[in-house]
Structure formats: structure tokens, C-alpha cells
Design a protein around this ligand. Structure first.
Ligand code: OVM
Length: 402
């Protein structure tokens, strides 16, 4: 790392590649390097800026008018490059459009609409936990992490319940799609046509069960707040962001517990810790590594001047392990005060589905804690590389029944 002096202002440069296999397999060592290099670092490989400290991540996310989402939250600048799909009208827009669309979505996720979900989630979590314990050993990625969200989400949302493969494939495309056109991007787009066709079909009004959450989005169309096409795009946002993210958190959470039997014992002794345990997993593991913003005007950030139109990579995973903010940030502590973590983002774009994500995680950890006495790793866990998401490909475990 060499400090650069002169115009526009001194900032640090780095040759770290946040989309390399090496980085994505274990981003935390290079993220520590980026944090230590400076508050704002120029990634020379891509010509973008990056922030990995808690303070700067928060500062960028709290100024959506300066650090805009409308040019895309991936590395592609929609002003100069073509998005791989029609932009999201939730993720890839700024206020006031964002404010309007988000309100339509938020109404479908109001707590009063969700009480019945906890019941479904608890029942399904209990069934799955009982089944896995009876098997004794299994792969906690395909047999647990990928099963639970792809079972309960379609049930709650009101789409076809046999679309696991398409939902997971689409999520992989969406999150790889925020990166450059590297081998991960290309591999996830193989077979895209069929998957996109299936997803698009699920987004139409006629595919949605009238008693599910998805139908509540179309209530916004009925009320004249969004068009029928916009309602379909808002449904697409749920199918984009609602599956692979929770799959990732659940898989990484099981691995955390398998590696920290004292934390599993603590959860078994007090199952009311399940909710904070899931939150701590989201902090520690940061399923979404980061998203970009684009400066809408020249901007100053912690002493660095950024030109207009600059891409800034905002590392949630960096903020979540910043020792300037957290005590012993690498420690998995299910009793930790997790408030202030960036795992769901903050500011106007913070995860709109976080209430559902938490309900899923809590239900599953609680059900497992009632039935699993201890976890054993029976093989090497392997990461599944993705340009934006941390997740596992395999996690072979054996469980001792409670
Ligand atoms: C969307 C979308 C896609 C991916 C992620 C996300 C984490 C949203 O299509 O709106 O938020």
C-alpha cells in the first residue's frame, strides 16, 4: 500500500481484489488489511473506492443522496454499463422513488401480518430438526440450511413450493451479478434463461396464493400506489434477496456452533437466547459482504475527496469485525450486544426483510437447541464462492440427540 499525494486528496491505494477466489473464500484477513490501510482505500484493480471501517460504512449508508444506489449497488455503473437484468425498483433506486416503493413492501411485512408466520416457522423447524436428529449425520448445507428457507419462504410468501433449485440458482445469479464478469458471474448465469423464466412466472399476480405475503404487494397495485408491472418487480425483490441470504446465515451459524460448543451449551440452557444468537451470526459472518454506492456529486469522506460518479464499495463484513468498534470482534458470543451491526445494512436501504429473516433463524436455532445435544464436524466445511455472498457449499456434521 502506497499513500498517494496530490489531487483530489491523499488516499491509500491497494491491489487487493475483493472478487478473487482467495478473498471470497476468507475475506476477513484482507478486510483487516483494508481497514488498517486507511478510512478510504482506492482499489486500483477496479478503479473504485472501498470503506471497511465501521464509522465510514455507517457514514456512507446514512447519506443516500450523496452515496446513491440508482447507478446500481454492484460494480457496474448503470450510467456507463448495462445491468444484467432490469434494475430493482427497491434496491437500485434513491428517495423519493425508493421511499414510495419501500412503503408498499413494508406494509406487507407489518408485524400484524406476520404473527401466523412464527407458527409456520416453528412447526417446520421442529419437523426438520426431528428428522435430522433421527438421521444422526448429514450435510448441514443441502439437508438443513438450503432446506429450511426454501420450504418456509414459499409457504409464507405464497409461491410454488417445489422451486428450491430455481430459487437458489436465482439468488446465486443476483448476488454474483453485483460483481465483475469473472468466472463466478459466468458460472452462475449458466442456465439463466430457464431460471429467469420460472422466477418471472412466480412474480405474476396469478401465481401468488391470495393468503400469502406476496398478494399483499399486489394490494398496493389495487390501491393505485404502484403499477401491475411494478408490483411484479417488487415481488422479484423478495425472490432475489430472501433465500440465499438466510441459507447463508443458517449454514454459517451451524458452523459457528459446531466450532464453539460452549455457545451451543449456553443456547441449550436458555433457548430465549436464540434470537440474539442469530443476530450475532449475522454480525460475525456478514452473509452479504458489501454493496456499492455511487457518488452523485463530489464528496468528502473522512478527509478523502471523492469525485462525482465514483463507485464506493461498502464492506458490511469489514464494519462487523472492526476492532475500532467491537470488543474482540472475531469472537462468537451469543450474549453480545449486537446493536449497531451492519449485517442488514443501515439507513433507508436497510434490509426490509430482516423481520422475516430473524423469525426464520430464531425458530430454527430454538428447534435445534431443543433436540441436538452437540454437534460434530465429520469433514472439512467448504465455502461456496460468490461475488457478494458468504456461504457454504458443504458442512458435514453428526449430531448427538438431546
Ligand atoms: C432486489 C434485491 C436483490 C438482491 C439483494 C437485495 C439485499 C435486493 O432485487 O431488490 O437486497
Amino acid at each position: 500500500m502506497t499513500p498517494v499525494t496530490g489531487t483530489p486528496s491523499a488516499h491509500v491505494r491497494s491491489d487487493i481484489d475483493p472478487f478473487s477466489d482467495e478473498f471470497l473464500a476468507d475475506p476477513f484477513p484482507p478486510l483487516a488489511e483494508l481497514r488498517d490501510a486507511g478510512p478510504v482505500v482506492y482499489l486500483e484493480r477496479y478503479g473504485v473506492f472501498a470503506v471497511a471501517r465501521h464509522d465510514e460504512v455507517a457514514a456512507v449508508l446514512r447519506k443516500p443522496q450523496v452515496f446513491s444506489s440508482a447507478a446500481g449497488v454492484g460494480i457496474t455503473n448503470f450510467a456507463t454499463g448495462k445491468p444484467w437484468r432490469k434494475p430493482s425498483i427497491l434496491l437500485e433506486v434513491d428517495p423519493p422513488v425508493h421511499t414510495h416503493n419501500r412503503r408498499v413492501v413494508a406494509r406487507a411485512l407489518a408485524p400484524r401480518s406476520l404473527a401466523w408466520l412464527q407458527e409456520i416457522f416453528d412447526r417446520r423447524a421442529g419437523e426438520l430438526a426431528a428428522d435430522l436428529v433421527s438421521r444422526g449425520s448429514f450435510d448441514a448445507v443441502p439437508d438443513l440450511a438450503e432446506i429450511f428457507p426454501t420450504r418456509v419462504f414459499p409457504e409464507a410468501f405464497g409461491i410454488a413450493t417445489d422451486g428450491r433449485d430455481q430459487l437458489l440458482a436465482y439468488g446465486a445469479m443476483v448476488f454474483n451479478g453485483h460483481g465483475p464478469r469473472n468466472h463466478l458471474f459466468d458460472a452462475s448465469m449458466a442456465g439463466a434463461e430457464g431460471v429467469i423464466g420460472w422466477i418471472t412466472e412466480q412474480c405474476s399476480r396469478s401465481s401468488l396464493r391470495p393468503d400469502g405475503l406476496g398478494a399483499l404487494i399486489y394490494a398496493g397495485a389495487d390501491a393505485g400506489e404502484v403499477t401491475e408491472d411494478e408490483a411484479a418487480l417488487l415481488v422479484r425483490s423478495f425472490l432475489s434477496a430472501g433465500l440465499d441470504t438466510t441459507v447463508s446465515a443458517i449454514g454459517l451459524g451451524v458452523l459457528d456452533f459446531a466450532r464453539h460448543p460452549d455457545q451451543w451449551r449456553a443456547l441449550r440452557e436458555d433457548r430465549s437466547l436464540a434470537r440474539n444468537a442469530f443476530e450475532e451470526v449475522v454480525r460475525l459472518e456478514s452473509p452479504v459482504i458489501g454493496f456499492f454506492r455511487t457518488t452523485s456529486e463530489p464528496a468528502e469522506l473522512s478527509g478523502t475527496l471523492l469525485p462525482a460518479g465514483a463507485k464506493v464499495l461498502v464492506f458490511f463484513a469489514g464494519a462487523n469485525r472492526d476492532p475500532r468498534h467491537w470488543e474482540d470482534p472475531g469472537r462468537f458470543d451469543i450474549r453480545r450486544k449486537t446493536a449497531g451491526h451492519m449485517g442488514f445494512g443501515i439507513g433507508v436501504h436497510n434490509c426490509v426483510g430482516q423481520v422475516i429473516a430473524r423469525m426464520e433463524g430464531e425458530a430454527l436455532f430454538r428447534a435445534l437447541a431443543a433436540r441436538v445435544a452437540s454437534w460434530w464436524l465429520t469433514g472439512e466445511p467448504r465455502p461456496r464462492l460468490n461475488n457478494t455472498l458468504r456461504s457454504l457449499d458443504t458442512l458435514p456434521v453428526a449430531v448427538e440427540p438431546a
